[in-house]
Unconditional design. Structure first.
Length: 408
């Protein structure tokens, strides 16, 4: 089966959530006999070579367009008169669309898979068999972020939230199937036909067998992309509100902030009261296995937080806020500690530090929960089934007709 797979960012390196999903799905699709024709955007020639090299073993074809930052910025101003979300205008270019239509006519894919609303514009008004993975409700993400932004930026994020909300409704009517990663995003979008397809994790027992000699240290850890606003907000507020109480009670413990591209707000925390900002680490598993407690005090964000699954998969006793857990369904309640308040976070850390047997309990139950429920094999199976469901609702002669309509 030929698949045209379009994403706004290259799947490799898989540092962000959408990149990770694309990277793992494309590998699984190759293993299942699918021919993937990938279309995505890169920022430089160096990135172009890296992406082609890493994706070539898994894709029938890798088609890359260069996203020039200045041109993207100028395109964002189209929002003032076309009333489409800024994030959509950033990625859409009519000449690229014409090229994409020509490529699609040449390939004649059985299914077109679009990842995120940011590139939905390339196919939203074409009569082709198409599915979209919105991943999360970007309108909700912008709405939550607006609540914590400065008075100057708040109106911009509220406007983007409203524009995206309207655009997401359009997507739901014009794509054959729509996917998100969490039930909470589906509920927010108010559409019963959305398919929920949670992420998986590469961390399995077999993978962890590569780390036989890592010793636990007195480390409490947060990890994630440290340019992502909800992550920045979480660690900055945690260090300000919660960590002083932990540091005073247990001065031998360190708080590690692990993740690529930490912004200035985050790097400024390094070295104060046993706070360690590592930046990018090549092997996240070694850090997770080294820590004693994982803590994820998210106050905003949408979708599914992969970091939670990775923490539990490594057998790390985990504390997380309700916002951080919105995409982790099927929990019984004993897999981790859920608390959102300052007092609850302090109490949870203290009870784990003082009760090694409780640490072991959460390590075992959390890891077993992830192994039962979250794998990329399951994710890809649901993806393929969603495509089949879309196909079953189409005219048997539609694939050829739809390709013909791409140029009209």
């Amino acid at each position: 089966m030929k698949v045209m797979y379009m994403s706004s960012r290259p799947p490799y390196p898989p540092h962000k959530g959408d990149q990770l999903i694309a990277w793992e799905q494309i590998k699984q699709l190759k293993a299942n006999g699918y021919q993937v024709h990938l279309i995505t955007f890169v920022k430089s020639e160096q990135e172009r070579e890296l992406v082609k090299d890493k994706l070539a073993p898994y894709c029938k074809e890798v088609i890359l367009f260069t996203a020039h930052p200045l041109q993207s910025l100028l395109r964002s101003f189209k929002t003032m008169y076309n009333f489409k979300p800024i994030q959509v205008n950033l990625f859409f270019h009519p000449k690229v669309r014409d090229r994409v239509m020509d490529i699609c006519k040449r390939i004649k894919p059985e299914i077109i898979h679009v990842q995120t609303a940011r590139v939905a514009e390339y196919f939203i008004d074409t009569n082709v068999q198409k599915c979209i993975d919105m991943i999360d409700a970007l309108s909700l993400n912008m709405e939550r972020r607006a609540k914590n932004e400065s008075k100057w930026l708040k109106p911009l994020f509220l406007l983007e939230s409203q524009l995206m909300k309207r655009y997401e409704k359009d997507i739901l009517t014009k794509f054959d199937r729509t996917m998100v990663v969490s039930e909470s995003d589906k509920k927010y979008l108010r559409n019963g036909h959305i398919v929920v397809n949670p992420n998986g994790t590469f961390i399995t027992k077999q993978h962890l067998s590569r780390y036989p000699d890592i010793t636990k240290e007195k480390i409490i850890l947060f990890h994630g992309n440290m340019q992502y606003y909800p992550n920045v907000e979480a660690v900055v507020d945690f260090v300000k509100e919660v960590w002083p109480h932990i540091h005073q009670a247990y001065p031998e413990y360190h708080f590690y902030i692990v993740g690529k591209d930490p912004v200035k707000k985050v790097t400024a925390l390094h070295g104060k009261d046993n706070v360690v900002v590592t930046g990018f680490v090549e092997d996240i598993c070694s850090r997770l296995l080294q820590a004693q407690i994982g803590i994820y005090p998210m106050k905003s964000g949408t979708g599914m937080q992969n970091k939670i699954v990775e923490s539990m998969a490594c057998g790390l006793p985990t504390i997380a806020s309700p916002i951080a857990l919105q995409g982790i369904s099927g929990r019984r309640g004993d897999e981790l500690i859920c608390t959102g308040s300052k007092e609850g976070m302090i109490a949870a850390v203290k009870v784990l530090i003082e009760n090694p047997e409780l640490q072991e309990h959460y390590a075992v139950t959390g890891q077993a929960f992830v192994q039962r429920n979250y794998s990329w094999e399951h994710n890809c199976s649901r993806l393929i089934q969603t495509w089949k469901d879309a196909d079953s609702h189409r005219d048997p002669e539609a694939p050829e007709k739809n390709v013909q309509m791409l140029v009209h």
